[in-house]
Design a protein around this ligand. Structure first.
Ligand code: NAD
Length: 244
């Protein structure tokens, strides 16, 4: 993917940061979206640029339509064109049975994990040229349902899988591939943000491999989905769940 530019939403920490470093090592220029952590954005930008590629960062709240438009408008002003978009921003924010989950938390989870994913995908397919790729980051939760933890998040991610399927068919007519990647539990700060920093260690034994994923292992699968090596992969969601 030499001389190409990829936009990663939520690109400055966790899985997005690991992907940014992975793509930068291949010489791919980047635009990294993020919500509010300026420190993490500057640090990741510096790490990426140290690998010899160009990197712009854009702060935008993707849970609003104006935030999604701002991200794409500023990205397209910063780079000549986008060859790939990775719709990665997401979060759980709370852990517990649905009956105990506040409605405002459910709304926030749906706004970020489903509504924003749809709006980002809409702008992405409008911006990507023939040969471009959109990768939607889903979750193994979409098929397990995440009982007792966040079934509303699982439902949102199942919606993302349907988005990937249908949009891939629409976008194929324009030579754009749409692919999903569904990580299993991965060691990032998303769990601490949901109030349960010990979750990866606690759930490791649920996984056939007896451990959760490192962000770099998920980044590798997304990098494959973006690459010409995946030229005949579209409309499907690749599971990276350690067999779970
Ligand atoms: P993370 O919390 O480390 O990173 C999330 C990113 O999303 C951050 O960069 C943040 O800035 C961005 N973001 C959050 N809210 C935003 C908003 N309103 N507007 C714009 N950006 C926003 O999480 P992660 O674990 O790296 O998760 C990345 C993706 O992988 C998410 O879609 C998540 O649902 C999915 N996922 C994670 C796991 C896991 O166990 N970590 C498992 C399955 C799927």
């Amino acid at each position: 993917m030499a001389e190409r530019t990829v936009l990663i939403t939520g690109g400055t920490r966790g899985i997005g940061r690991a992907l940014a470093l992975r793509l930068a090592a291949d010489g791919i220029d980047l635009v990294l979206g993020y919500a509010h952590d300026e420190g993490a954005a500057s640090q990741t930008q510096a790490e990426v640029e140290a690998l010899g590629v160009r990197c712009a960062t854009v702060r935008a709240d993707l849970s609003t339509e104006t935030g999604v438009d701002e991200l794409f408008d500023r990205a397209l002003a910063a780079v000549p064109r986008l060859d790939g978009v990775v719709s990665n921003a997401g979060g759980t924010f709370h852990i517990g049975p649905l009956v105990d989950t506040p409605v405002d938390v459910i709304q926030r989870v749906l706004d970020l994990n489903l509504r924003a994913a749809i709006l980002v995908a809409r702008r992405a397919v409008g911006a990507l040229p023939e040969g471009g790729v959109l990768v939607n980051v889903s979750s193994g939760a979409a098929t397990t349902g995440s009982p007792g933890e966040y079934v509303h998040y699982a439902a949102a991610k199942a919606g993302v899988d349907a988005l990937t399927k249908g949009l891939a068919i629409e976008a194929a007519a324009h030579g754009v591939r749409v692919v999903g990647v569904a990580p299993g539990t991965t060691e990032t700060d998303v769990h601490a943000d949901a109030g349960d920093p010990g979750r990866p260690a606690r759930v490791a034994s649920r996984h056939p491999m007896g451990r959760v994923a490192h962000p770099e292992e998920i980044a590798e699968v997304i990098a494959f989905a973006l690459s010409p090596a995946a030229s005949y992969v579209a409309g499907t969601t690749i599971r990276a769940t350690g067999g779970a």
